[in-house]
Design a protein around this ligand. Structure first.
Ligand code: HEC
Ligand code: HEC
Ligand code: HEC
Ligand code: HEC
Ligand code: HEC
Ligand code: HEC
Ligand code: HEC
Ligand code: HEC
Ligand code: HEC
Ligand code: HEC
Length: 317
């Protein structure tokens, strides 16, 4: 459970302009014959209603919110030791209610709170799924879960993508999906790379950032540069091998040793315009008869199985 002694004062406070919780149809529908479930649901409803006395609680958005299940499922709530969805994240509110909202009596996610404390509040339940979040580039850059997830302003989409502001953002989300829009909101230069003529068709909506990156794992990048970049092979099965004659470069540095996978001006999203330049960037010593080749030479006319071969050690077949 959330530890009250970690509470820190925070001045920022916003009200939610949304209807009341007591008309929640999901809660009513599920209040059935099972007495344990019924009593859990009425207890949860009492808590939520008490908050709604003083706060405008986001009901329509919130009932689609996956956390509303904590109000309905006695087993889940017991597992996390909470009475309702509200105390799940904001902690026990007894003192807060008794003192009619005295400063510092409830856990808030204000901006002056350290990101580690905010992350911890989510990880008390989600540590199974995201045990290594603290090691990610995002956590280390001082971001927290709400950098990508929105709890109260959710439109109900399952992963709760943070809502973006402004008409352009809405257009972007409609085009590439809310998850990709959230990433692109911060990584706009990466997003722009998907406009090059040779590219993965992310901007056309056929794939997403998370097809290659895991937002919760430290390997956000490393996993991609690991053994042959498994994420790539999930789609490009034929490049995966194993081959009798592996091209060692991709074993060590992965596909990105030769490709710029977001997009590129070079054919096949290669790192360089000229294939020979790419090869020479690693190969200094090559057989003498290669002297006649220039940077215009198409090395892969002969080295056809450049990703690995079962038949020839120099990838000639
Ligand atoms: C009797 C009225 C009242 C009730 C009931 C009440 N609150 Fe509050 N709450 C307030 C007031 C007033 C504030 C503003 C305090 C401030 O400005 O620091 C507040 C602030 C908050 C904050 C922000 C605190 C901060 O430090 O920024 C949160 C979160 C919150 N309430 C959650 C809840 C939840 C969850 C419930 C139900 C379990 C609840 N409140 C019930 C009156 C109430
Ligand atoms: C999954 C965690 C979670 C749940 C469940 C949750 N909240 Fe929040 N709440 C947050 C976060 C995070 C913020 C900060 C603003 C944001 O990111 O949307 C917040 C903000 C608030 C605020 C504004 C004060 C502040 O901290 O900035 C109030 C009031 C509030 N919540 C009340 C409630 C009530 C009432 C419920 C139950 C209906 C509830 N919350 C359920 C996570 C949660
Ligand atoms: C008291 C436990 C608890 C806390 C604390 C909690 N969650 Fe959850 N969360 C759940 C449960 C239960 C679900 C719904 C069931 C499920 O999908 O596992 C859920 C679902 C989610 C989902 C959607 C899952 C999906 O399948 O799309 C996201 C995203 C999420 N939580 C983020 C957060 C964030 C961010 C915080 C902190 C602000 C937080 N949670 C705090 C218990 C919790
Ligand atoms: C960099 C953005 C980002 C951050 C930061 C982030 N998430 Fe996520 N999260 C996503 C995206 C995108 C998805 C959609 C699922 C996917 O494609 O992997 C997701 C999915 C989820 C899910 C549902 C699916 C799953 O993998 O279990 C949960 C639960 C969740 N996030 C919780 C959290 C919690 C808790 C934190 C903080 C500890 C957090 N997230 C931080 C972007 C982020
Ligand atoms: C709130 C802004 C923000 C959002 C939203 C965001 N990021 Fe980041 N991202 C950062 C920052 C800051 C860093 C660390 C500094 C850097 O490397 O640029 C980072 C780093 C990264 C890295 C590099 C990691 C490394 O090891 O070098 C990847 C990959 C990444 N983000 C992918 C994503 C994806 C995918 C999403 C969407 C699910 C996302 N980001 C959402 C701000 C954000
Ligand atoms: C086809 C797979 C793939 C997709 C889709 C993809 N990435 Fe990447 N991304 C990679 C690989 C591989 C690297 C590592 C490149 C390297 O090591 O040179 C990378 C590197 C990064 C980096 C760190 C280096 C840099 O270029 O700044 C960030 C940030 C990043 N990606 C963000 C994103 C975002 C945001 C999206 C969605 C808009 C996205 N990526 C979609 C494969 C992908
Ligand atoms: C040693 C450099 C190198 C590495 C490492 C590499 N590639 Fe390539 N790749 C190339 C070259 C060169 C071409 C262009 C082939 C041609 O000219 O016909 C190419 C072409 C491709 C093509 C398009 C043509 C085709 O054969 O389908 C795909 C897809 C591809 N590579 C995927 C991958 C994947 C996935 C990985 C990682 C498992 C990878 N590549 C690693 C050099 C490399
Ligand atoms: C979700 C599936 C998926 C993933 C993951 C994926 N790709 Fe692709 N890739 C595609 C598709 C589909 C195309 C064809 C794009 C088009 O022309 O519409 C493609 C095209 C390519 C091409 C250009 C092929 C050509 O003929 O020019 C290269 C190179 C490539 N991918 C490399 C990679 C690398 C490297 C990774 C990992 C970082 C990766 N891909 C991850 C689906 C994927
Ligand atoms: C990122 C570095 C890198 C790039 C780029 C690269 N290679 Fe390699 N290549 C290697 C490494 C490392 C080996 C293994 C060398 C060894 O075992 O001595 C290798 C092995 C080979 C071999 C097998 C013969 C040998 O020396 O073992 C051939 C042939 C070859 N590469 C051709 C190419 C061609 C053609 C290109 C351009 C399309 C290319 N390579 C691009 C790193 C690279
Ligand atoms: C006309 C066909 C042809 C072209 C074009 C060609 N090669 Fe080769 N390459 C060969 C043959 C044949 C071998 C020797 C294979 C053997 O020893 O069994 C070879 C061997 C190699 C080796 C391995 C040397 C070793 O130590 O075993 C490398 C590296 C190499 N080529 C790189 C290149 C590069 C870079 C280019 C483009 C500038 C290129 N090749 C273009 C036919 C070609």
């Amino acid at each position: 459970m959330w530890k009250r002694n970690l509470l820190i004062l925070t001045a920022s406070f916003a009200m939610f302009s949304v209807p009341t919780w007591s008309s929640d149809s999901t809660l009513q529908a599920q209040e059935g014959s099972d007495p344990a479930a019924s009593s859990h649901i009425s207890a949860a409803r009492a808590v939520v209603a008490s908050c709604a006395d003083c706060h405008e609680v986001d009901t329509p958005g919130y009932t689609h919110n996956p956390h509303a299940v904590l109000n309905l499922d006695a087993g889940l709530a017991a597992r996390w030791g909470v009475t309702s969805s509200c105390d799940a994240c904001h902690g026990d509110a007894t003192e807060h209610i008794e003192t009619a909202g005295k400063d510092g009596t409830i856990f808030a996610f204000g901006d002056d709170r350290s990101s580690a404390v905010k992350i911890e509040a989510c990880l008390q339940c989600h540590s199974d799924a995201h045990p290594r979040f603290f090691s990610t580039a995002h956590a280390q850059a001082g971001l927290d879960c709400s950098s990508c997830h929105s709890i109260h302003a959710s439109d109900g989409a399952k992963s709760l993508p943070r809502l973006l502001e402004g008409p352009l953002a809405a257009e972007l989300a409609a085009r590439v999906g809310a998850d990709n829009a959230v990433c692109s909101d911060c990584h706009s230069s990466v997003f722009a790379e998907f406009e090059f003529n040779e590219r993965h068709r992310l901007q056309e909506g056929t794939m997403g950032c998370t097809d290659c990156h895991s937002p919760h794992e430290p390997e956000t990048r490393l996993q991609l540069a690991g053994f042959k970049q498994q994420a790539c092979i999930d789609c490009h099965v034929d490049k995966g091998g194993p081959f009798v004659f592996e091209h060692a470069s991709q074993l060590i540095e992965g596909c990105a040793s030769c490709h710029t996978p977001h997009g590129s001006v070079n054919r096949h999203m290669l790192k360089t315009q000229s294939v020979a330049d790419l090869c020479y960037s690693c190969h200094a010593a090559i057989p003498g008869f290669h002297m006649r080749f220039t940077s215009e030479s198409q090395c892969t006319n002969c080295h056809v199985t450049i990703h690995g071969s079962n038949f020839h050690e120099a990838y000639l077949k």
